[in-house]
Design a protein around this ligand. Structure first.
Ligand SMILES: NC(=O)c1ccc[n+]([C@@H]2O[C@H](COP(=O)([O-])OP(=O)(O)OC[C@H]3O[C@@H](n4cnc5c(N)ncnc54)[C@H](OP(=O)(O)O)[C@@H]3O)[C@@H](O)[C@H]2O)c1
Length: 291
């Protein structure tokens, strides 16, 4: 039995909370900014429902075995405000976000050894508070070790592909390669069908090439073929599909461009690697968000 507090029950968070609650041995609660009564997730296998306790005030929570953070990266400091009441001496904090800076975002709030960074590949959308659609299978990757093994066990009752990796650095950089290439959709406010424009396809390849160069300098093992593979994968996808930065911009919400593109620019500077295309995406999205 594990007690779990999931902070940030949006597309990813509500979907994970519902799956975790399907195991009676877990005691699942959520820490929400916007309250709701229950969770309902349309999964590829059918609808699953859950009725976790929903907290909206730090004072309502007690220390748990696991805190799972599934806010957007830019809400990390706000999410950490739950830690003083949710974290006891043995609580582990799993950071389930995109990007490559999971630990760096939270180490000022809790001991580094208790942070479990999680790479998540799970296409999910939030329809309304507590209501999500899971559009495909879920993959979770964590660094190998005791904390990683215990995190993976939380999902033992699901059909998730949850696993430990001896090369977590490569796993998160590979995911960042995909995420950074999504910026043109958000800039142009057009879904991923734009990849069929040769100029946009080349821009996406350039974004990924920069990511590969910086990722390698950070120790990731990334193949030369990744830029072409990402363009081909996007071409095979639905023309009408959008990524989450595109969806966030359309909805007038803040975008995760710092975690997805800005980080490539920042770490590129540290290694003396030029990243002009990612810098351009950041400048344009920053300007778009400012309006
Ligand atoms: N969606 C996907 O398909 C997908 C796939 C892979 C990875 N990811 C990554 O997973 C992470 C989460 O993405 P998402 O799409 O699930 O985001 P999302 O739908 O925007 O959900 C974020 C949730 O966090 C809540 N929140 C923000 N600040 C909070 C606080 N201080 N306390 C409690 N809750 C708080 C938000 O509350 P409100 O309800 O008030 O907005 C919202 O419910 C991101 O890093 C994203 O890049 C997403």
């Amino acid at each position: 039995m594990a007690s779990i507090l999931l902070i940030g029950p949006g597309a990813i968070g509500a979907t994970l909370a519902a799956w975790l609650a399907q195991d009676d041995r877990h005691d699942v609660a959520v820490a929400a900014r916007t309250p709701f009564d229950s969770i309902e997730v349309q999964t590829p296998e059918g609808v699953i429902r859950a009725n976790p306790r929903v907290f909206t005030d730090f004072g309502q929570v007690r220390p748990v075995d696991w805190v799972l953070v599934a806010t957007k990266a830019y809400d990390s400091d706000a999410a950490a405000k739950w830690f003083p009441t949710a974290c006891g001496p043995r609580t582990r904090v799993a950071v389930i976000q995109n990007g490559v800076e999971h630990v760096q975002r939270f180490e000022k709030h809790i001991d580094r050894e208790r942070i479990v960074p999680v790479m998540i590949d799970l296409p999910a959308e939030r329809v309304s508070p507590g209501r999500t659609i899971q559009r495909g299978p879920a993959q979770l990757v964590v660094p190998a070790g005791k904390n990683g093994a215990e995190f993976v066990q939380l999902f033992g009752h699901t059909n998730f592909d949850a696993k430990q990796s001896d090369d977590f650095v490569s796993a998160v950089w590979r995911k960042l390669c995909l995420n950074c290439a999504g910026a043109p959709c958000a800039v142009l406010l057009k879904p991923q069908g734009i990849v069929h424009q040769p100029g946009v396809a080349e821009l996406m390849r350039d974004l990924v090439r920069e990511c590969v160069a910086v990722g390698r300098a950070e120790g990731a093992k990334l193949e030369d073929s990744i830029p072409d593979e990402i363009v081909e994968r996007t071409r095979r996808g639905s023309r009408a599909a959008g990524n989450s930065m595109y969806a966030d911009r359309r909805a007038g919400r803040p975008m995760e461009y710092d975690a997805r593109n800005g980080v490539i620019v920042r770490l590129g500077k540290r290694h003396g690697i030029a990243t002009p295309m990612n810098a351009l995406m950041v400048s344009l999205l920053e300007a778009a968000q400012a309006n």
